[in-house]
Design a protein around this ligand. Structure first.
Ligand SMILES: *Cc1c(COP(=O)(O)O)cnc(C)c1O
Length: 365
């Protein structure tokens, strides 16, 4: 039996009528750039994320840039983030003009270690970007306490964690702003690139909106120099069609995670992902650790099970950050995880038979 890593085609087939109808409406109304479908999605997503303002944009990478540009990050500023994330989180710190400062992860949850944040703060530090990696919230109480003590802003990177909660509070409502990606494979995915940045601060929302739309809210009135980072009408309508299903899809992922946990947690050498008791994990990825990861991956691939490594190189060790000359001892957890993490097939529609096959093959190995 072949088990795909994710199955976007199956998701589409299940709601084909809704998606096809949404696309047809946008074409009928010629509403390709901004317009009513984008406005509607911004309202709907703000309600879902329990925030006042949603500024849609072209992708989750731009969302990070827009938030930092609106906060007026400048050369010489340092922004603290995790050693273990997708490149966007760090790259946008540089593109906004500041310097990324990496912190190690905590060793169990794959999220930033608050103690490492405290140690990384200098007089130049202006903000912290925690990432709710794989769908598990970072330790927001500890992070917000540090931020308040040192008067730093916090931008939450929520690209992998739609609907996750920390002590009952929705992620994305702790910091001054939070960024989302709707890349097709994310828990809420468009059929192309899409993203958003959310906030409860009206002035910040307006600044980010201007930046995303050539620096102005009214055509030909450019208050500042902005960029072109718009959500298009087709993607907005597709996202609005999918949005009502997100809660059920999230529950299905959580259920699938329970099945993996039960099938794998007694297996020698496998460490299943640990969900901290006060955090609602939404399992964008189900990532296990294994000391012989590469051999395990070969065994699974040879038997038709797709896997992924998220990510093969921790941020400090990427060629893009060679200028910092980071050493493994500075980030022991993120460094060790590079060689032992593997993400197993995880999507809302995964069947018990598919999961049994994955579990059987891991046990066989
Ligand atoms: C996907 C992702 C992004 C970037 O989102 P795009 O929409 O692909 O630009 C940023 N941060 C994290 C943690 C991500 O997983």
């Amino acid at each position: 039996m072949a088990v795909p890593f994710a199955d976007l085609q199956l998701q589409y087939q299940n709601i084909k009528g809704e998606i096809d109808g949404a696309i047809a409406n946008v074409i009928r109304d010629n509403a390709f750039i901004r317009g009513p479908y984008v406005d509607a999605f911004e309202r709907e997503f703000a309600a879902l994320a329990e925030v006042k303002h949603c500024v849609s944009c072209a992708n989750g990478t731009d969302a990070l840039y827009l938030a930092m540009a609106a906060l007026k990050v400048k050369p010489g500023d340092e922004v603290i983030t995790t050693a273990h994330s997708w490149i966007s989180t760090a790259a946008m710190i540089s593109h906004a003009g500041a310097t990324p400062v990496f912190c190690d992860t905590d060793g169990t949850t794959f999220t930033i270690d608050p103690e490492a944040i405290e140690a990384a703060i200098t007089p130049r530090t202006v903000g912290i970007i925690p990432v709710h990696l794989y769908g598990q919230p970072a330790d927001m109480d500890a992070i917000m306490a540090i931020a308040e003590r040192h008067k730093l802003w916090v931008i939450e990177d929520c690209a992998q964690a739609h609907l996750a909660r920390y002590k009952g509070q929705p992620i994305g409502t702790f910091g001054v702003a939070a960024t989302y990606s709707f890349y097709p494979g994310k828990n809420l995915g468009a059929m192309g690139d899409a993203g958003a940045v959310v906030t409860n601060d009206a002035a910040l929302a307006e600044q980010m909106t201007m930046l995303a739309r050539h620096g102005g809210l009214v055509k030909h009135q450019h208050q500042i120099e902005g960029v072109n980072s718009r959500l298009d009408g087709l993607q907005a309508a597709i996202l609005s069609a999918k949005l009502p299903h997100l809660a059920a899809w999230t529950e299905a992922r959580q259920q699938a995670a329970k099945v993996y946990d039960a099938g794998l947690n007694q297996v020698e050498d496998i460490v299943v992902p640990e969900a901290a008791p006060d955090r609602t994990h939404v399992y964008h990825l189900y990532t296990v650790r294994h000391p012989r990861r590469d051999e395990l991956v070969r065994h699974l691939h040879a038997n038709g099970v797709q896997t992924a490594v998220n990510y093969p190189t921790a941020l400090p060790f990427l060629a893009a950050y060679g200028r910092f000359n980071h050493r493994p001892e500075q980030f022991p957890n993120a460094f060790a995880d590079q060689g032992r993490i593997v993400s197993l097939p995880m999507f809302a529609e995964i069947t018990p038979e598919q999961q049994d096959e994955v579990i059987r093959l891991v046990r066989e190995f």
